[in-house]
Design a protein around this ligand. Structure first.
Ligand code: IPM
Ligand code: MG
Length: 354
């Protein structure tokens, strides 16, 4: 099968980790006889530096023309003083909105080999952690009306959701819950926000189509607390764009390893964009220090969701587990008695294990 993939290395450690994702993809392609067709595009700070805007149209068109997008990371202190619309982060929002990727899957899995890295007490995480945050990605306050009054002394952002926007993300979350533990937690702020009251009623309506799924609702402040008090009560969490942004960072940290967690941004067809959930870590860029595992796991998600290649995806995940079992660690997940390795060696070890 021919896999047409658009690649956006981006800023900071982006190029370092994307190179390892490509290395592993190459190995998988060899083993399973697939052909890889990569096109590389600029986005983020590197695009600002070379063409004067964070998301050149050629990037958006090139991505739209591929079957999937692999993205490293964007942003860095060099571009921090730029105005909102010119910031590297604008590239991310432009890609998400422009490609209509409304469904963001963020798995938070505590690897048994890394349980020492989890900041929670042993009895709280006993038996492991494996939850999935389903974040709405193209609506809510990220995409609402914003602005300032004439003299700039007052600013506003608006959070709005339509029934259709809630319905399609809710359906994705219920479908996923059906494949997992048939348990769905919808997180909102329905005691205050009108958009949350709409959200809750739509989720309840969609729930009638999935009688096998137990659905509950939780206010976002309580959910933030429950995630550290008793994370095992959650399996699939579905929530709005901004609440999902915040809760997914929290969920990732309770696994102790933000350098390990991938993500997929999807829509109704098989097209998707795949990226690690961590940032561009400019302080260690180009130094062979970054953990490439989140990106390599994102490649596995790509094979699974965009190309329906479940076996290939599983082979990557098993290879990562083996390399961790063998005691190899990048700096961010290093603990005593383990072998420290750099970005490139970690990528090569995983490729060899395939
Ligand atoms: C994320 C990031 C982005 C977001 C930023 C970089 C725009 O935090 O993907 O979670 O807020 O969505
Ligand atoms: Mg975030």
């Amino acid at each position: 099968m021919k896999l047409k993939i658009a690649v956006i290395p981006g800023d900071g450690i982006g190029p370092d980790i994307v190179a390892e994702g490509i290395k592993v993809l190459g190995e998988v392609a060899k083993k399973f006889n697939h052909t890889l067709d990569f096109s590389f595009y600029l986005a983020g700070g590197v695009a600002i530096d070379s063409v004067g805007e964070p998301l050149p149209e050629s990037t958006l068109l090139g991505c739209a023309d591929a079957q999937a997008v692999l993205l490293g990371s964007v942003g860095g202190p060099k571009w921090d003083d730029l105005k909102g619309d010119m910031r590297p982060e604008k590239a991310l929002l432009g890609l998400r909105g422009g490609l209509k990727l409304f469904c963001n899957l963020r798995p938070a899995i505590l690897y048994r080999q890394l349980s020492e890295a989890c900041p929670l007490k042993d009895h709280i995480i006993e038996g492991g952690l494996d939850l999935m945050v389903v974040r709405e990605l193209t609506g809510g306050i990220y995409f609402g009306d914003r602005g300032r009054n004439e003299n700039g002394t007052r600013a506003y952002d608006t959070m709005a959701y339509s029934e259709l926007e809630v319905e399609r993300i809710a359906r994705k979350a219920f479908e996923l819950a059906m494949k997992r533990k048939k348990k769905l937690m919808s997180v909102d702020k329905a005691n205050i926000l009108e958009s949350s009251r709409l959200w809750r009623s739509v989720v309840n309506r969609v729930a009638t189509e999935y009688p096998l799924v137990t659905v509950s609702h939780m206010y976002v402040d309580n959910a933030a607390m429950q995630l550290v008090r008793n994370p095992k009560q959650f399996d699939v969490i579905v929530t709005t764009n901004m609440f999902g942004d915040i809760l997914s960072d929290e969920a990732s940290m309770i696994t102790g390893s933000i350098g390990m967690l991938p993500s997929a941004s999807l829509r109704e067809d098989s097209f998707g964009m795949y990226e690690p959930i961590h940032g561009s870590a400019p302080d260690i860029a180009g130094q062979d220090k970054a953990n490439p595992i989140a990106t390599i796991l994102s490649v596995a998600m790509m094979l699974r969701h965009s190309f329906n290649l479940e076996e290939e995806a599983a082979v990557i995940e098993t290879a990562i587990s083996k390399v961790l079992d063998d005691g190899y660690r990048t700096l961010d997940i290093m603990s005593s008695q383990m072998h420290p390795v750099g970005t490139k060696e970690m990528g090569s070890l995983i490729a060899q294990a395939i």
